[in-house]
Design a protein around this ligand. Structure first.
Ligand SMILES: Nc1nc2c(c(=O)[nH]1)N[C@H]1C(S)=C(S)[C@@H](COP(=O)(O)OP(=O)(O)OC[C@H]3O[C@@H](n4cnc5c(=O)[nH]c(N)nc54)[C@H](O)[C@@H]3O)O[C@H]1N2
Ligand SMILES: Nc1nc2c(c(=O)[nH]1)N[C@H]1C(S)=C(S)[C@@H](COP(=O)(O)OP(=O)(O)OC[C@H]3O[C@@H](n4cnc5c(=O)[nH]c(N)nc54)[C@H](O)[C@@H]3O)O[C@H]1N2
Ligand SMILES: [Mo]
Length: 766
C-alpha cells in the first residue's frame, strides 16, 4: 500500500493504520523527533471539545448583549444560518463604521499547510471586501523586529535567515555563551512545519569538539545538552547589567578589538563613556553588576576573559527580548560580539534564536515557495500585536511605534481564525474585560478554546488531519504531501470553505476563490512551486507523482552561512542598510526619537517589576512563563501528552527546593500563584535547577477563570493572568511576557474542577 504522510509545526509523520487505529510515526530520518505529536490524535479526535456544529452565543443572538461574553450558552445552528448572520453583521459594521472597525490581526500559529493557512485565508477574504485593522510584529520577537533594522540594517526575517550555521558553531566555536540557553524543548517547533530536529546533534558535535558552554539562565534545563555546561543562574531580566560588566572588564583589561569597532561600528566612544561611568558617574563594573544580577564579580571577570581568549559565540534566545526593555540585552550582546571582533567569522560572533525554534542556524538552502496571495489591505490602521487589550478598551488613544505616533481605531467587530488571544495575551483578566467592548466577535476554531467560548459566532473548522495540503517551508529541505488522514466525523469546514460561504453572500466569491476548487488551488501551488524549483536549478515531479510519493527532498540543499560575512569582507562595497552603513552601537535615529525607554545606545534600564526592587513585598518570585514542553502554546492542551505532566489536572510550576522548604510546600501541593493582576492554581514541583527566587510556569493551560468565595481565580495554571500588559518600550511596543513578579501560598480550600476541558452549555434552537 502507498505510504501516507502528514505534517505539523512539530514534525512530519508517516500515517500508519492498523484496523481502526491510526498511528502517526515520525519520519525515519528525523534524528530527534518531538514528543508533542504524541498528543495530536487524542486531542483532535476529542469530540467533546471539538466544535461539532456552527454555534451562536445566546445573549448575542437574542439581544446583541456583549457583557456575558465568557460564560454564556451556545445555540447550535445550521451553516446557512451562521453564515447569514456573519455576512449581515460584516455588512452592517462596514456600512455604519467603515472597514477599520473590523479588527482581524488574527495573530496565531494555526496549523501547518500552505493552502489552509487560516490567517492568509481570512486576510485574503477581508481584503476583497475593503480590508481591516491589522497587527504588526509578533509575540515571538517583536522587539527585535523593530530594533534589528535600525542597528544592523536587516529585518528580523533576514537576520534569522542569515544566522551563522550551527554546523559551523559545532566545528569552530570554542566558547558558547548562551543567554537564555539553547533548548531542545523549544527546538521541537518550526512555524510552517519541519521534517527534522537536529539542534541537539549539533550541540553534541560541538561538545565532542571540546567547545565550552556557559548557560546564563534562570533555568539549568535551558541548555538541554547539559553535560559539562557551566550554569550561571542569573536573576531574570538583568542580563543587560551583566553584559555591561563584561564590556567594562574587556575595556579595563584592554581585551577588545578597537580596530574592528572603528571599521565596522559607529558609536563606540559614546558607549564606552557610558560603560566606564563618564556619562552618568556609574562605572558598570563587575562589582556593580553582581548586586543587580547575582552573578559574582569573579564569575563575570572569568567570563569576560574567556570570551576574549577563545573563539566565542554570544548567543541569545528570543525570550530575552520578551521582557521589559527587551531591546537592550539583544543590542548589548551584539555590541559584545563586536568588541570581541569575531563577527563574520566561522561559528563565532552573535546569534539570536538558536534553539528557539528548530530551523534557526540550519544549514539548508532557503527556498521561497509560493503561498496563497493575501491581496492588499486598503485600511492603514494597525496595532503592534500585543496592544489588543488597549485597542478594544481605549479607542482613539494615541500610541508610539517605531518613531511615529498612531491612533487606535474604534473596533466594532473582531474576527479571529487560527489564534488564541486568551492564550497569548498578557494580563488575560484585563483582556477579558476589554473583550466585552466590541459589538461582535467571530471565531473559526477546532476546539472550544477560551477564545471560542468568548465568541458570538463560532465556525467549526477542520484540523489539518482532516484535509489535504502541502507542507513547504523555505527553511526545510523536504516538501510533504499532507494527505487527509481521516474524514472529519463532525460538521466542520476548512477556513477556506467557510470564507467562500461568506464571500458568496457578500458578492466577492469570484475575487476570493478565483473560480478554483481546493484541489485546483493545491495544483496551482504545486505548479508555481515547480517554477521556483526551476529557478533553483532542480525539477519537482508532477503533482500526481508528488502525491504518490508523499515526500520530496530538495537535492543539494546543504548550505552553510556566516552572518555579516559580506560586510566584514568588504564594508565599503557591502555596507549595511543602516544610516551609517555600519553596525550601530549608537543610533542617531533613536536619539531623534527621544524615547525615555529606548536610548540611543544600549543601557541597563530597570524593568517595571524585578527582584532587585527594594520596595518589593517579601517572598517575591520572578515568573518565567516559557513555552511548554508537551504542546504548542495552547494547542493540544486537551491531548494525552499535555495531560501527562499535569498534576491533579493543573499545570506544574517549578520552585526552588529551598524556597519551597521555607514556605512549607512539597512537590504535588496545589499552590495559589498571585499578584495584583490575577491569581491561578498550579501544582508545585520542586527543583534545585532554578534561580532561587524564580518560578517557572509554562504557557498554554487553557484559561479557566472561576469565581471562588467572591474572587476570580484561574484554576488551571495559566501564567497570563499574572503577566503585565505593557510594551517593552515605545519603540517596539512588544510584549513583556517574561517580566512579572508573583507570590505563592498553599491552597487549602477544596480543589475546584477544571471546567475549560468540558464544552460550554450547548442547546438546539427552539
Ligand atoms: N506568558 C507568555 N505568553 C506568551 C508567550 C510567552 O513566552 N509567555 N509566548 C508568546 C508567543 S512567542 C506566541 S507565538 C503566542 C502563541 O499564541 P497563539 O499562536 O495564539 O497560540 P496557539 O495555541 O498556537 O493558538 C492557535 C489556535 O489556532 C487553532 N487552530 C489550529 N489550526 C487551525 C486552523 O487550521 N484553522 C483555525 N481557524 N484555527 C486553527 C488552534 O486550535 C489554537 O487554538 O503566545 C505568546 N504568549
Ligand atoms: N515545545 C514548544 N516549543 C516551542 C513553542 C511551544 O509552544 N512549545 N513555541 C515556539 C515559539 S512561538 C517561540 S516564539 C519560541 C520561543 O523560544 P524562546 O523564547 O527561546 O522560549 P521560552 O521558553 O520563552 O524562553 C526560553 C528561556 O529563556 C529563559 N529566560 C526568560 N527570561 C530570561 C532572562 O531575563 N534572562 C535569561 N538569561 N533567560 C531568560 C527562561 O528560563 C526560558 O526557559 O519557542 C517555540 N518553540
Ligand atoms: Mo512565538
Amino acid at each position: 500500500m502507498r505510504q501516507k504522510y502528514t505534517a505539523a509545526h512539530w514534525g512530519s509523520y508517516q500515517v500508519n493504520a492498523s484496523g481502526d487505529e491510526v498511528k502517526l510515526e515520525p519520519l525515519d530520518d528525523d534524528p530527534n523527533p518531538s514528543t508533542i505529536g504524541n498528543g495530536w490524535m487524542s486531542a483532535t479526535t476529542d469530540n467533546q471539545l471539538r466544535i461539532t456544529k456552527p454555534a451562536v452565543r445566546k445573549g448575542w443572538l437574542e439581544n446583541r448583549q456583549t457583557s456575558n461574553r465568557c460564560n454564556d450558552t451556545y445555540i447550535e445552528v445550521e451553516w446557512d444560518v451562521a453564515l447569514d448572520l456573519a455576512a449581515k453583521e460584516l455588512t452592517r459594521v462596514r456600512q455604519a463604521h467603515g472597514n477599520s472597525a473590523i479588527y482581524a490581526g488574527s495573530y496565531g500559529w494555526a496549523s501547518t499547510g500552505r493552502f489552509h493557512h487560516a490567517q492568509s485565508q481570512l486576510k485574503r477574504f477581508l481584503n476583497t471586501i475593503g480590508g481591516f485593522t491589522s497587527s504588526k510584529t509578533t509575540y515571538s520577537h517583536g522587539a527585535a523586529e523593530v530594533l534589528l533594522p535600525h542597528i544592523t540594517g536587516m529585518s528580523n526575517r533576514v537576520f534569522q535567515d542569515e544566522m551563522t550555521s550551527l554546523e559551523l558553531v559545532a566545528e569552530h566555536c570554542e566558547y558558547l555563551v548562551c543567554f537564555g540557553g539553547i533548548s531542545a524543548r523549544t527546538a521541537q517547533i518550526t512555524s510552517s512545519g519541519t521534517s527534522k530536529h537536529e539542534v541537539e546533534n549539533w550541540l553534541e558535535a560541538a561538545r565532542q569538539n571540546g567547545m565550552k558552554v556557559v548557560n546564563i539562565s534562570p533555568l539549568r534545563s535551558d541548555f538541554s545538552s547539559d553535560a559539562g555546561a557551566q550554569w550561571l543562574p542569573i536573576r531574570p531580566n538583568t542580563d543587560a547589567a551583566l553584559m555591561l560588566a563584561i564590556a567594562h572588564t574587556l575595556i579595563d583589561r584592554n581585551l577588545y578589538d578597537e580596530a574592528f569597532l572603528n571599521t565596522y561600528c559607529v558609536g563606540w566612544d559614546a558607549f564606552k563613556a557610558y560603560v566606564m561611568g563618564d556619562t552618568d558617574g556609574i562605572a558598570k563594573t563587575p562589582e556593580w553588576a553582581e548586586e543587580i544580577t547575582e552573578i559574582s564579580e569573579s564569575d563575570i571577570i572569568e567570563l569576560a576573559e574567556n570570551m576574549a581568549r577563545y573563539k566565542t559565540m554570544v548567543s541569545t534566545t528570543w525570550a530575552m527580548q520578551r521582557a521589559d526593555h527587551g531591546e537592550q540585552p539583544i543590542w548589548l550582546a551584539l555590541t559584545l560580539a563586536a568588541m570581541l571582533g569575531q563577527i563574520g567569522q566561522k561559528g563565532t560572533g552573535f546569534s539570536f534564536g538558536y534553539g528557539s525554534t528548530t530551523p534557526v542556524g540550519r544549514s539548508d538552502k532557503l527556498i521561497s515557495w509560493p503561498s496563497v496571495p493575501q491581496g492588499q489591505n486598503p485600511v492603514k490602521d494597525f496595532i503592534p500585536v500585543a496592544k489588543i487589550t488597549e485597542l478594544l478598551s481605549t479607542p482613539g488613544k494615541n500610541f508610539k511605534f517605531d518613531g511615529k505616533t498612531h491612533q487606535m481605531p474604534d473596533i466594532k467587530l473582531v474576527y479571529w481564525a487560527g489564534g488564541n488571544p486568551f492564550h497569548h495575551q498578557q494580563d488575560l483578566n484585563k483582556l477579558n474585560d476589554a473583550w466585552t467592548k466590541p459589538d461582535t466577535v467571530i471565531v473559526h476554531e477546532q476546539f472550544w478554546t477560551s477564545t471560542a467560548r468568548r465568541a458570538d459566532i463560532v465556525f467549526p473548522v477542520t484540523s489539518s488531519l482532516e484535509r489535504d495540503d502541502i507542507m513547504m517551508n523555505r527553511r526545510d529541505p523536504k516538501l510533504v504531501w499532507m494527505e487527509r488522514v481521516y474524514e472529519a466525523k463532525i460538521d466542520a469546514k476548512s477556513d477556506h470553505d467557510i470564507l467562500c460561504g461568506l464571500a458568496e453572500r457578500l458578492g466577492v466569491l469570484d475575487e476570493f476563490a478565483e473560480g478554483k476548487s481546493v484541489d485546483q488551488w493545491l495544483e496551482q501551488l504545486w505548479s508555481d512551486s515547480q517554477k521556483v524549483a526551476k529557478s533553483e536549478e532542480f525539477e519537482l515531479p508532477s503533482f500526481e507523482d508528488f502525491k504518490n510519493e508523499g515526500v520530496f527532498e530538495c537535492p543539494n540543499s546543504s548550505e552553510t552561512r556566516i552572518q555579516f560575512s559580506d560586510f566584514i569582507a568588504d564594508p565599503e562595497a557591502n555596507p549595511l542598510n543602516t544610516p551609517s552603513g555600519k553596525i550601530e552601537i549608537y543610533s542617531e535615529t533613536f536619539a531623534k526619537m527621544e524615547l525615555a525607554d529606548c536610548p540611543p545606545h544600549p543601557m541597563w534600564l530597570e524593568p517595571v517589576e524585578w527582584l532587585g526592587d527594594k520596595n518589593n513585598k517579601p517572598n517575591a518570585l520572578h515568573l518565567i512563563s516559557g513555552q511548554p514542553a508537551t504542546r504548542l502554546h495552547s494547542q493540544l492542551d486537551n491531548g494525552s501528552e499535555s495531560k501527562s505532566t499535569k498534576i491533579k489536572g493543573r499545570e506544574p510550576a517549578y520552585l526552588h527546593t529551598d524556597f519551597a522548604a521555607k514556605m512549607g510546600t512539597q512537590s504535588g501541593d496545589i499552590i495559589l500563584v498571585h499578584n495584583e493582576r490575577g491569581k491561578c492554581l498550579c501544582a508545585a514541583q520542586l527543583t534545585d535547577d532554578i534561580h532561587p527566587q524564580s518560578i517557572s510556569l509554562a504557557t498554554g493551560a487553557w484559561y479557566d477563570p472561576q469565581e471562588i468565595d467572591g474572587e476570580i481565580i484561574e484554576v488551571h495554571g495559566n501564567p497570563n493572568v499574572l503577566t503585565i500588559d505593557k510594551g517593552c518600550s515605545e519603540l517596539s511596543q512588544s510584549n513583556i511576557a517574561h517580566t512579572a513578579l508573583v507570590w505563592v501560598s498553599k491552597w487549602e480550600k477544596p480543589l475546584p474542577p477544571i471546567k475549560v476541558h468540558s464544552p460550554p452549555e450547548i442547546k438546539q434552537p427552539n
